[in-house]
Design a protein around this ligand. Sequence first.
Ligand code: ADP
Length: 531
Amino acid sequence: MLGGMQDFELRVPRLLDHAAREHGGREIVTYWADGHETRTSWAGIARDAKKLAQALVKMGMNPGDRIATLAMNHSRHLAAWYGAIGMGGVIHTLNPRLFDEQLVYIANHAEDRVLLYDKQFQPLVDRLKSQWTSIEQYICFDGEGPTSFEGIIALEDGHYQWHEGPERDPCMLCYTSGTTGNPKGVLYEHRSTMIHAMAGVSPWLLNISSQAVILPVVPMFHAAAWGLPFAGALSGAKFVYACVNDAAVLCRLMNQEKVTHSAGVPTVWLSMFQHIDATGEAPRYLKQVTIGGSAAPRAMIERIMGMGARVAHLWGMTETSPIGTAGAPPPHWDELSLGEQLDMVCKQGQIPFGVELRVVDDDDVEQPRDGASSGRLQIRGPWVIKRYFKAEADCVDAENWFDTGDVAVIHPDGTMQITDRAKDVIKSGGEWISSVDLENAAVGCPGVAEAAAIGIYHPKWDERPLLLVVRKAGSDVSPAEINAHLAAHVAKWWLPDEILFVDDLPHTATGKLLKTALRAQYKDHRLASVA
Ligand code: ADP
């Protein structure tokens, strides 16, 4: 027996229709790479998206075809997402920070047919064009003339009905940056994207309403910009986009446009703090800062909270659309001391309705939520991956649990805490040392700018930690001083066997420490303690 309610497929273009109808005048501001600013609105985005959909249909694009972008955050990029999805296509965001060979592999694997790109990536496009085997049309977002974005949509009238179809149709493709092996594609659906957006706006996740003015520092090419382009349309928020990542520009825009919400990886805030220290100019209107992508250090959370904003510490991955958990204030938040509040936000937050999380040991036995039993973190739910794009087998077990590759504990109050990535854990004498905890403790030491901990072979203990440290400019902090600082924060047997100073550390295209490169580089390193 069917229920008595209407057929209403959960399809993404409905988000844009809603934004244009109910919040049509809400602005979308863009600061372009050349420094000029433009303003449009949700109504303007909807008009341009429909025109682009018409143009794509004329070009011979069919439902299911992949339409790629190679672009920073801006209003035309937003219109392109909705235009491609609206004609039934799959928007595929390429990450311009990847290596050439990865960009060639990914676009060919995805069989992208159209590429929309920013002028600043023209050299990259020229370099790779001959190796991209499926791209037929190139459209420059900020170019001029008939083949530019504006040139193409100028030929259309915008009278277009979105393509209709089942809600399980695909709408977006994102590749994980693939720190090991080839990058893998995650194919989001209309339904998973809609449910993720509906949960995402809630106070326990991104906390967005139509009052929000959002400056997403997280790029649209990184894990669907954490779903913000969808959650923002759902709530009718104003967007402020910047095509550059300069802290001075971001700070000025934040104050000029009265930005209330920002979202980005921790490193974004390191440069913002430098800007504040150097100029005295700080963002004045922030209410909610979402930090995710890698663990946010305690000192960073404390400083942002000191600026009057609530900090949501978000954990997720491309495979989870990407929101998994976020640090929302619990009922007794106001009764906690600042120290207790910080303890809480440093962890990766509560489990929202929509996903289920568990921690299992090496024999797949579920571990108690006691804050101590650590193991592999698994997740399942309607916006969690089942199978990578074009893969022959599912990547989940029979009960749909997806192994995240992270190591975590769950506390008795339900808070999840990431302790490491499974492959980064340092295994010492059968016990695990969290490389993340060591690194976070180390960056709390005055004079330390960045640190990476990796396991080095040890004849007795299997592995012992080597800590690689980048000093702050002008600092001469010593290994003994760093060790003294660490001793106050981690167990004594966790202290690194050796501390080496380096000029810089390698990072992935999404700004995370590239541990695989470090492990390869120090593969034959002999610890001083062993020699
Ligand atoms: P990629 O895997 O391609 O680098 P993702 O964004 O999908 O990019 O990375 C997801 C991983 O990032 C998670 O599995 C986890 O290891 C790490 N991560 C994300 N958010 C956090 C967080 N708040 N704290 C600690 N680690 C995080």
